[in-house]
Design a protein around this ligand. Structure first.
Ligand code: HEC
Length: 137
């Protein structure tokens, strides 16, 4: 008996955390994510995430279509991949690629006055990922 309850409790906690942090994407989360996307990403990845933003023409490398991430990944939105890529935790194909490492530069267009100490807040980040997931086609 003792063994069983000690197993179930952490599982419940895990599920609770998973639900509150990741799976419930309310309209506010997606809307906040859209605003962050518009300020930090759209210049390169385009207003709808399909590439060809105004700043993309000088880059020499085309920013990938972000609305097709799920399609290119066997129908699953690669949330963890996107999280790590944005935070500079994955090696890029081309180390000189202009894709910013947001763990270094922060959300500088969302917080131009240095709010959030230049850090990427977990809530903002979750909202951004919710938005990207919402635009998958
Ligand atoms: C200065 C232009 C620029 C900005 C701003 C930018 N990106 Fe990128 N992004 C790129 C380029 C170029 C690549 C291709 C890099 C490579 O493959 O090494 C890329 C690649 C990616 C990838 C990998 C996609 C794949 O299929 O491999 C993701 C995910 C991504 N960007 C998300 C974002 C998000 C989210 C933001 C905003 C928070 C953002 N990017 C801001 C230029 C940019």
């Amino acid at each position: 008996m003792k063994k069983r309850s000690s197993l179930i409790a952490p599982l419940g906690l895990l599920l609770l955390t998973a639900c509150t942090e990741d799976t419930i994407a309310g309209p506010n989360a997606v809307q906040n994510g859209q605003e962050i996307y518009a300020k930090e990403c759209s210049a390169c990845h385009g207003a709808q995430g399909r590439g060809s933003g105004p700043a993309s023409y000088d880059l020499g490398v085309a920013p990938p279509d972000l609305a097709g991430l799920q399609r290119r990944n066997d129908g699953y939105f690669p949330r963890e991949f996107v999280r790590r890529f944005i935070m500079g935790r994955l090696e890029k194909d081309d180390p000189a690629s202009p894709m910013p490492d947001f763990s270094q530069v922060g959300l500088r267009h969302v917080y131009p006055n240095g709010g959030a100490n230049g850090e990427v807040l977990e809530t903002d980040f979750a909202d951004l990922l919710d938005y990207l997931e919402a635009i998958q086609e």
